[in-house]
Design a protein. Structure first.
Length: 262
């Protein structure tokens, strides 16, 4: 499935946050949305998910997403928000089961297909062993993985993940990126907000860069994540190299108290 967005603009409390954003997300792609704090990344991804009002148009396989019912849209687009709180004293498995809500009739029991999707999602994030635990008894990292499993349980063709590796240790950061890579390789279109340039340079097919609410670059990591961009956008100088055929990039030093003009 292809997601296309044109002229997306969002204002919050009378202030423009996203300005005329244009992007596409294709089947089989893992794309990163990067940029400094306050660039508008989370706001843009929420607009694409349809959870906040916006101007412009989002299309799925050429059809306006606005014509879909909320249930149809929830089946087509899975959204992992930045907020990692779980307020309910229910089991981990029941949290993940919420991802199957768009497919259920009111008051209906979970179908065998639902159960299989829940099991698969728990397995993907290595959370099967904590499925019976109370969701309020989880660590921050466990909560992040469980909420990702809830998004995976939808089985949507488009996955929008806002900072999916936040609060995770290095082992689970790599694991989550492998999960997202696997989703794309199996045919999903995946967009993830990231701050880790090392993970971005290794795992992504494309990088979309936002600055001050505008998309300023879009392309393969090897072409976009260069010294000039990182100095201009983030005010840092990176070290760049390669290992086992993969490019790596590590932000190494600050180049200025404030980032430069892009």
């Amino acid at each position: 499935m292809r997601l296309e967005a044109s002229n997306i603009a969002v204002s919050l409390s009378g202030r423009g946050i996203v300005h005329d954003a244009q992007l596409r997300l294709d089947t089989g792609e893992l794309v990163g949305l990067i940029g400094p704090n306050g660039a508008g990344k989370s706001t843009l991804i929420r607009a694409l998910a349809g959870v906040i009002a916006h101007r412009g148009e989002v299309r799925l396989d050429g059809a306006p997403a606005s014509r879909l019912t909320p249930r149809q849209r929830a089946r087509a687009i899975a959204y992992l928000p930045q907020d990692r709180r779980i307020e309910w004293g229910i089991s981990v498995r029941d949290v993940v089961a919420l991802g199957r809500h768009p497919f259920q009739r009111r008051f209906a029991a979970l179908s065998p297909e639902d159960e299989a999707a829940i099991d698969a999602a728990l397995g993907e994030v290595d959370a099967g062993a904590i499925a019976a635990r109370s969701a309020k008894a989880l660590s921050g990292g466990e909560t992040a993985r469980v909420l990702l499993a809830r998004a995976l349980a939808v089985g949507a063709k488009v996955l929008l993940a806002d900072e999916p590796v936040a609060a995770l240790d290095p082992y689970h950061q790599l694991h989550v990126m492998e999960v997202l890579r696997g989703q794309a390789d199996r045919g999903a279109a995946v967009l993830a907000v990231l701050h880790d340039m090392t993970l971005a340079s290794r795992f992504l097919d494309r990088v979309i860069v936002m600055v001050d609410g505008r998309i300023v670059r879009d392309g393969p990591p090897g072409e976009v994540l260069d010294v000039a961009l990182l100095e201009a956008v983030y005010g840092v100088t990176p070290l760049i190299g390669a290992h086992q055929g993969k490019r790596w990039l590590v932000p190494w030093s600050r180049t200025a108290a404030n980032r430069g003009e892009f």
